[in-house]
Design a binder for this molecule. Structure first.
Ligand SMILES: C[S@@+](CC[C@H](N)C(=O)[O-])C[C@H]1O[C@@H](n2cnc3c(N)ncnc32)[C@H](O)[C@@H]1O
Length: 298
């Protein structure tokens, strides 16, 4: 199985798929969400920057013919990809697929030994190996604090710098051992935060996410909805703040007596949704998922 889609039924009921309606899936992965939309009669423009995802979906979604258009790109380019198209719904299922985690040679997981790569898009130059071996000590510390919320950032980075002065750090296991040796023994999976931080940096996962959401939202028809699934608090905060901004009238400083911004809400934020107990049981990887939904106002 390439990837088990998370919160699938919840996304489908939020999207209220219309026959022959046009939908945007910015994170195709294994094509699970897209296939479900196609099954309900929708037409999909599906995007992923990962070559494996594109190959998987090209095969898997063949039976749907020209009802699905598959594009290898970054969803941050949605405005270009969509041109003048108006959408009846959109979905972003952020983060990485099970396939990406489980391919040890891609170096996304500290559980498998592999090259320090971590790229979703193998056409880009920056790899995890370059981040770990070439970033300055200060920059690495900041990265672990900001993208990993790692309280032992200084200790970990000091040991990375010591190790790379002897020989370049090239594998996930080497990095994993350095992290383990830098933090107290009783911390469960201490490598998680360091790996997350480096992966976010390599794939530039957070910068521009707010703009991408606004760009895709701008293509929605009135009454259409956008679903965004996030997998950690940093991502979720951006989704929440962007949705709040789109759903708020005045955004003036609270100290001003009257509104001077003239900002008008264009959307309505719906309730946030977490996986059900049965989904958690069937797919433990869904545990950290949060779905947020916004509806374009009429
Ligand atoms: C969690 S998976 C999506 C799984 C998919 N919904 C399914 O049901 O199989 C996330 C996918 O989004 C892709 N991705 C992440 N950020 C991206 C971006 N900025 N642009 C395009 N694709 C991206 C990843 O390569 C990965 O394949």
């Amino acid at each position: 199985m390439y990837h088990v889609p998370v919160l699938l039924n919840e996304c489908l009921s939020a999207l209220r798929v219309r026959k022959d309606g046009l939908y945007f899936d910015g994170t195709l992965g294994g094509g699970g969400h897209t296939q479900a939309i196609l099954e309900q009669g929708g037409i999909v423009i599906g995007v992923d920057r990962d070559e494996d995802a594109i190959n998987e979906c090209t095969e898997r979604l063949k039976p749907y013919g020209d009802r699905v258009k598959i594009v290898r790109d970054n969803f941050k380019n949605a405005d270009n990809i969509l041109g003048e198209a108006k959408l009846d719904g959109a979905i972003l299922d952020l983060g990485i697929s099970s396939h990406q985690i489980d391919c040890c040679e891609r170096g996304m997981s500290f559980r498998f030994d592999g090259k320090l790569d971590m790229r979703m898009d193998n056409r880009q130059l920056l790899t995890a190996e370059m981040v770990v071996n070439e970033y300055s000590e200060d920059r690495l510390i900041r990265l672990l604090y900001e993208y990993g919320e790692e309280s032992y950032a200084k200790k970990i980075v000091r040991n990375i710098v010591k190790a790379r002065a002897v020989a370049p750090i090239t594998t996930t296991m080497q990095l994993s051992e350095i992290v383990k040796a830098s933090v107290p023994k009783n911390i469960p999976s201490p490598q998680k935060r360091t790996f997350q931080a480096i992966r976010i940096e390599v794939n530039n996962e957070l910068r521009g996410l707010d703009k991408a959401i606004k760009d895709i939202f701008a293509h929605l028809n009135a009454g259409a909805r956008m679903c965004v699934i996030s997998f950690h608090s940093l991502e979720d905060r951006i989704v929440k703040q962007t949705f709040n901004l789109l759903s708020t009238d005045c955004i003036c400083d609270k100290s001003l007596p009257v509104c001077v911004c003239g900002h008008k809400a264009e959307g309505k934020t719906l309730k946030k949704i977490k996986p059900s107990p049965s989904e958690l049981k069937e797919n433990p990887r869904s545990a950290s998922a949060t779905l947020r939904v916004i509806e374009k106002l009429l």
